[in-house]
Ligand binder design. Sequence first.
Ligand code: F6P
Length: 342
Amino acid sequence: MRIGVLTGGGDCPGLNAVIRGVVRKGVQDYGYDFIGFRDGWRGPLEADTVQLDIPAVRGILPRGGTILGSSRTNPLKAENGIRRIKENLSKLEVDALITIGGEDTLGVAARLADEYGIACVGVPKTIDNDLSATDYTFGFDTAVNIATEAIDRLHTTAESHMRVLVVEVMGRHAGWIALHSGLAGGANAILIPEQRFDLAQVCSWVESRFKIRYAPIVVIAEGAMPKDGDMVLKDGSQDSFGHVRLSGVGEWLAKQIEDRTGQEARTTVLGHVQRGGTPSAFDRWLATRFGLHAIEAVRDGDFGKMVALQGTDIVRVPIADATAKLKTVDPKLYAEADVFFG
Ligand code: F6P
C-alpha cells in the first residue's frame, strides 16, 4: 500500500508531528510506503512529490511549519483539477491520501472522497480551533500560549506608562484564541467576531480601569466588528488568494479609544508569530495521536473520514461534518468572561 500525505492551508505548529506519527506507524507496524506531496493540493495536481520515509521524519517532532510545504491551492477551481489528481495518483500508484488541513483543505478532501471516490482520510488542523466535530485542533494551544505570554508582557509596559494596550490576535471567524488568551492573560475586554462590540461600552471599561489606577488591556480578534455599523473592513474585497483582507481592527480601535477617552493607546498585532515556532506539549501530543489514528483509518479502508478529539478519545467522523459549519464561540462561554471586563 502506498499513501500520499499533504498539508494544506495556513501552516500551524504540530503539522510535522502528524507527519511523523503517520510515517512511523505506517512503516513500522504495517510496512506501508509513503509519498509526500508538496504545497497542499498543488502537489497531487502537479505530481510534485518529495521522499517521505523514516529518515525524512527524524527530528521533526518539535519543528514548527511543515516539511511538505503548504498552499491554499483548490483543485476544484483548477482546470481539469479532479481528472489531473486522479491521473497523477494512479501514475504514482498512490492508494490513499492523508490530507492534513483546515476548512478549505478538508472541504476538498470531503468532496474528493464522497463525490469522486478518491480514498482520503482527513486530519484537522488550525490555530483558530474553529473546526466542528473535534474538541480541539492542534496549533490552537500553541497560539494561545504565545498570545498569553504577549499579554503578560504588555501588562507591565502598559502599567509603566498608564496606557491602553490593544492586542490583536488571529481569528477571522471565531474568537477562540482571543477568549482563551484573554482569560489566561487577565484582559479587561475581549472582543470576538461572534458578537459585535459596543464601542461606548469598551470605552467605559477602559475608563473604569484608569479610575482605579490600572492600565487596561483589550484583546481583540482580527475579525471582530463594532455594533454601530462602523465598517472596519477596508472594502470587503478579497485578495488574489480568496481571503477577505482585514484592515487592522486593532489600530482602528486604539484610535477610537484615544479619541473618545483621551487616554493614550497603543496596538500590538501578533499576526503570524502565533503560527510559527515549536508546538506546545499538548499540540505535539494531539498531533501525534491524530497521525497514529489516521493510519488506522487508512488500514481499515475508512475513507471520507476525519480523525477528531472528543473528550480524551480520538474518534472518526465524516469529513463533511467538520467542514459544513464553523465551530464558533458559544455565547454562554463568552458571557463567563464578563466579570473581568472593566
Ligand atoms: O486560518 C488560520 C489563520 O491563521 C487565520 O487566523 C488568519 O486570519 C489567516 O490564517 C491568515 O492567513 P494568511 O497566512 O494566508 O495570511
